[in-house]
Design a binder for this molecule. Structure first.
Ligand code: NAI
Length: 343
């Protein structure tokens, strides 16, 4: 049986890193039927739509997407495709594990932090209008339904995966109603999970606390915009944006994508690090129940990182994107696969 997956290459470094991830996935022997559809500027030039119906129909069918980053124009232009996709398919949980890979020198070794970000509402929705010239309004809409379900998601994940602590991150000292609601819902849900320690930190303090001592946190539960910002901060703990994966999860659909964006500064040069995309693909494999294949890729990836010669330049190497992918495939093919110790 082949898995039908919607493949969205994206733009900028998107096609380079998705191509590398797809080659490595296919080298596991797991069969995929990729439905390739794009979004953003390239889709507009081809179909006259930034978010083409072909893409929505494909995800409707496959229920699983592997997505490269899509550029969102700054201060004008079309609205974010990423936000639109998350809303359209109610992908309410943005799940981002922050873990070190071997032999990448970082300020903090052995970071193991889970970020759970509400993915459908809040200021990040970009609901804005110009009231009169020189005055704009940006709406932060927070609902009890969305706050409850993201808190439930985080605590359920913690219980299933034996995580010990969740901190709800907020600015309820200033946004007393909106972030206040987020906090009230987090507190209410936390009562059902007495084995998990529940804490609350104000978001600005959290930035300082993270940089001082990231080990004090286990899981962070955040409203949309705070999750967006803190994810990039946490990426720096493990070597940068080229390494951190993500998953957008709903009740029926899941789209897997790296935390990073389209990186226009390095696009088209075959130098981007595909690790974040590959680790997102690993989350997809586990979602599909392909734990052995996920484990084989992970073992190969760690071997390449241990050897160091074939790393991309963002993590101190000289290899190109495609050379790095070749090395992971080679390592996978030469590796005796140990029993999975941790999925
Ligand atoms: P970015 O994440 O694209 O780049 C930030 C920095 O990290 C750059 O210096 C870049 O070279 C580096 N970087 C990112 N990914 C890398 C990789 N795989 N390997 C090596 N270096 C990497 O963030 P930026 O510049 O703020 O955003 C660029 C565009 O991407 C914007 O249009 C933004 O809206 C979009 N974006 C899209 C996302 C998505 O589709 N999910 C997520 C974040 C941003």
């Amino acid at each position: 049986m082949a898995y039908q997956v919607t493949l969205i290459p994206g733009d900028g470094i998107g096609p380079e890193v998705t191509d590398a991830a797809v080659r490595i996935l296919e080298a596991t022997g797991v069969k995929f039927e990729w439905e390739r559809c794009n979004a953003g500027q390239e889709a507009y030039e081809r179909y006259g739509e930034y978010l083409p119906k072909e893409l929505l129909n494909s995800i409707e069918r496959t229920r699983v997407g592997l997505k490269g980053p899509v550029t969102t124009p700054i201060g004008g232009g079309f609205a974010s495709i990423n936000v639109a996709l998350r809303k359209h398919f109610e992908l309410y949980a943005n799940f981002r594990p922050i873990r070190n890979l071997p032999h990448i020198p970082t300020r903090y070794p052995d970071v193991d932090l889970i970020i759970v970000r509400e993915n459908t509402e809040g200021l990040y929705s970009g609901i804005e209008h110009e009231v009169v010239p020189g005055v704009v309004e940006s709406l932060k809409i927070i609902t009890e339904k969305a706050c409850m379900r993201i808190a439930r998601f985080a605590f359920e994940y913690a219980r299933k995966n034996k995580r010990k602590k969740i901190h709800s991150i907020h600015k309820a000292n200033i946004m007393k109603l909106s972030d206040g609601l987020f906090l009230r819902c987090s507190r209410a849900i936390s009562k059902d999970y007495p084995e998990i320690t529940y804490g609350e930190h104000i978001v600005d303090n959290t930035c300082m606390q993270l940089v001082m001592n990231p080990y004090q946190y286990d899981m962070l539960l955040l409203e949309n915009l705070y999750g967006d910002i803190i994810s990039d901060l946490c990426a720096a703990f493990v070597g940068g944006l080229g390494l951190v994966p993500g998953a957008n999860l709903g009740d029926t659909t899941a789209i897997f994508e790296a935390v990073h964006g389209s990186a226009p500064d390095i696009a088209g040069k075959n130098i981007a690090n595909p690790t974040a995309m590959l680790r997102s693909a690993l989350l997809m494999l586990r979602h599909l129940g392909e734990h052995d294949a996920a484990w084989r890729i992970r073992t190969a990836l760690e071997k390449v990182y241990r050897q160091r010669e074939k790393l991309t330049r963002d993590v101190g190497g000289k290899a190109s994107t495609s050379q790095f992918a070749d090395s992971v495939i080679e390592a996978m093919q030469s590796e005796q696969v140990p029993e999975p110790a941790r999925a």
